[in-house]
Every structure is written in C-alpha cells, then in structure tokens.
Ligand binder design. Structure first.
Ligand SMILES: *Cc1c(COP(=O)(O)O)cnc(C)c1O
Length: 354
C-alpha cells in the first residue's frame, strides 16, 4: 500500500521498553511507547498523529462518558519466524469497526487511514512485539464521541486512537461456565453485534454473580426464551458434537468474531462438517449426557481458544470428556498459531506485514 497521508509523528525521548520484562506480562497493563490519534471535526478526519503514549484531556461532558458512544477493536501483531512483524486479518477488524460505528451513529474510518496509522504505529514500536512463543502485541483501536454537550444526540466530533500492549501466552485453564437464564448480554435488534463499550459494562454484573458461584464465565442464551446459545463470556462459542463443528449462526445479537470465522474456515479446510445454526442449551446438555459432546470452547483474539471443562445447567454441573492433542480445538489452535507466526503456509492470505 502506498502511504498517502502524512502522519505527524512525535517520538518519545524516554522509551520505557528497557524497564519492561516482556516475558512476564499481565494482560493490558503495560503499554508500548506510542499511540495513534486522529480527530473528527467539521465532518472530516483531521491530520493524524503518532505521539508518546499518555493521558489526555477530554470534556467531562463528552457523549462517550454519558451516553456510551464508544466502540473498540481487539487485534494482534505477531513476531514472524523470519524476524518481521505481521498483523492477523487487520482488514476484518477495520470493516467491523466501521459496522460498529454505523450502529452507534459514529463516523466510519477510511481504510487507508486505519491501515496506515496501524502500520506506522506498529513499525515505530516494533521492538515492543514480544518474541516468546504465544506472545503478541495486542492492539486496541477505539473511537469515542468528544462533544462537550449533555444533549442526547450523536456527537459531532470524535477521536479515533490506537494503543498497543505486549501480551504473553494467554493460558486459559479449562473453564467452568454456566448457562445464563436470567440476564441477557444482548437481544435481537440490539447492538450485540457491535463492539461497543456498553455491551461489556452491562455484562459485568451477571458475570460477577456467576463468578461468586464458582464459575469463570457465562454461556449467554437468547433474550426471548433463554433456550439457545449466544456466546461464551466475551468469546464466540463452538462445540464439537458427533464429530461436527457446531456454532450459533450470526445474528444482530452475536458478535461476528474474527477468530470464530478463522476457526470455521480452518475446520472446513480440515474436511470437517461445519454447522452454523441455532444451538439449543438442551441440545448441548443432551449431547453431553449421551457422550456425543466431544468439545466445547470459546474463541476470541485474547485467548484464541479457551476450552470448557464444566458446564452448569439448571443448578447442576456436568463435566466434559477430557481432550487429547488430537482434539479439534488443539489442532485448530496449532494451525492458527503456525499461520500467525509465519511458520505455516498462509493459504488464505490472512497475514499483513507491517
Ligand atoms: C471481540 C468479541 C468476540 C471475539 O471476536 P474476535 O474478533 O475473535 O476477537 C466475541 N464476542 C464478543 C462479545 C466480543 O466483543
């Protein structure tokens, strides 16, 4: 891609990199030296900038704080086997950010502004991309309303930013989850398919209730009947039943995960049958009782694959069978890992070099 926008860049005079132990990282706590910032004013994106990472001033009346006009993305850059750095499916994140923007009455971002900002930021902070197996540079693009006005209407001005943080191998111990049959994460016609901040805030209370009961997270069910699987925590849910890969079909209440999409494509490559359809909680529990539920796991950028060990349903806990290295979830995680590190063939052209 040709660089067409000048990005005003102010590099830090005091890199924090030498103070950070890149092999011991808590998720989302340590930020790389720089951040990308561009403001939307008078109906136009203004001059983009890369500046040292740090706090910023916003109006206390901004519409993100009061009315939730705030959206984000989550993606990763990976150290490559040959020494470079590459992004995983960044255009998918760009497209989804714009879908979220439309749902929240926010301006969309041109592809070149998103991609060039991302590349230049990652290039500048390339030394922050950790090299240990399973590690990556987590990238958080986000946008929020900036008008200092309490009137309830879409903001006229916005800020789009990208911040990054090095993250280690995300080891997910097998999860204890339970079907949620009271609270809902999102409903058909709502904004559950958008990555807007409020979806997360509203999910925290029911998640905390489940955690107090000893579960790690919830399996959300549909808002009208609480009978069909939606997602698992903040991840998409995938099941292996009777040798088939089964997952809830996308809808306005389910977030269109890029990991989900990738896992399904790799499953098809492996010759497996993939079903995207309504998945009943009853169906899952019946399959488990009949020994036909082989695997259940959550999929998302942070963890990639988070295996589920126990499912709570109507007051009882049920254990899934143990999986071995031949399990679909293990094989697909290894295949994704090989593509992301450049060790395996990228047949779908998912990786984009910075
Ligand atoms: C971000 C997110 C996911 C996972 O999407 P990925 O693109 O795979 O990271 C799943 N569900 C929800 C609710 C999310 O916000």
């Amino acid at each position: 891609m040709i660089d067409i926008l000048p990005i005003r860049t102010q590099t830090t005079t005091a890199s924090r990199l030498s103070q950070v132990n890149l092999s011991q990282l808590e998720f989302g706590k340590v930020f790389a030296d720089h951040m990308f910032v561009v403001d939307f004013v008078n109906g136009e994106w203004q001059e983009p900038q890369i500046v040292p990472y740090g706090d910023m001033a916003v109006s206390p009346a901004n519409s993100a704080l009061h009315y939730g006009q705030a959206i984000f993305e989550g993606m990763k850059a990976y150290h490559q086997a040959d020494g470079g750095v590459a992004l995983f499916r960044p255009l998918d994140n760009w497209a989804r950010l714009n879908a979220s923007a439309e749902r929240m009455c926010m301006p969309t971002i041109p592809e070149e502004l998103f991609m060039q900002g991302l590349r230049e930021l990652i290039k500048l902070d390339a030394a922050w991309v950790p090299t240990e197996p399973g590690s990556a540079l987590y990238i958080r693009p986000f946008m929020f309303g900036t008008d200092g006005l309490l009137g309830v209407r879409p903001s006229d001005t916005y800020r789009f930013m990208i911040i990054t943080c090095p993250v280690g191998l995300y080891f997910s111990k097998p999860l204890r989850v339970r079907f949620e049959q009271k609270y809902v994460r999102s409903a058909e016609g709502g904004a559950g398919y958008a990555k807007n901040a409020g979806n997360y805030g509203a999910a925290m209370y029911p998640t905390k209730v489940a955690q107090n009961e000893g579960y790690n997270q919830l399996i959300w069910t549909d808002a009208s009947q609480h009978q069909y699987v939606e997602e698992s925590g903040t991840m998409n849910a995938i099941f292996v039943m009777d040798g088939k890969v089964v997952t809830p079909a996308l809808s306005t209440s389910i977030l269109d995960g890029i990991t989900r999409r990738s896992v399904l494509e790799l499953a098809r490559d492996m010759g497996m049958t993939v079903e995207e359809r309504k998945v009943g909680s009853r169906e899952v529990m019946d399959a488990l009782a009949a020994g036909k539920l082989q695997e259940a796991f959550g999929v998302g950028t942070a963890a990639t694959i988070a295996p589920i060990a126990t499912i709570g349903y109507e007051g009882h806990d049920y254990d899934l069978p143990a999986t071995d290295s031949n399990a679909f979830s293990k094989r697909v995680a290894a295949a994704l890992d090989a593509i992301r590190t450049g060790e395996g063939a990228d047949v779908h052209n998912w990786m984009v070099r910075v």
